[in-house]
Design a protein around this ligand. Structure first.
Ligand code: SF4
Length: 83
């Protein structure tokens, strides 16, 4: 597991990786993902599987990122605002 100090607990897990942006932290658990592609369809500038890192939390407004993460059917994605 990658050590990510300072990351809120909800974004930490053995198969979860956090991506820290200016306004939001997005995290992804590859074990949970059902490849429904709601994320890449909903916010292609944020979620791009061809790019590394594939999640760019600053690619859209915080509200947009939060809305798209809310459509993830599997719980693979989580988002919280940067305090
Ligand atoms: S929306 Fe969720 S389940 Fe679908 S591909 Fe994205 S992370 Fe995976």
């Amino acid at each position: 597991m990658q050590d990510q100090p300072g990351i809120p607990e909800e974004h930490v897990g053995p198969t979860r990786k956090a991506y820290v942006g200016r306004d939001v932290i997005v995290s992804f658990d590859g074990e949970r993902c059902q490849h429904a592609a709601e994320c890449v369809r909903g916010a292609p500038a944020v979620f791009d599987t061809q790019r590394r890192p594939w999640i760019a939390p600053d690619g859209a407004s915080a509200d947009e990122v939060i809305a798209v993460v809310g459509r993830c059917p599997s719980g693979a994605l989580r988002v919280s605002r940067v305090a």
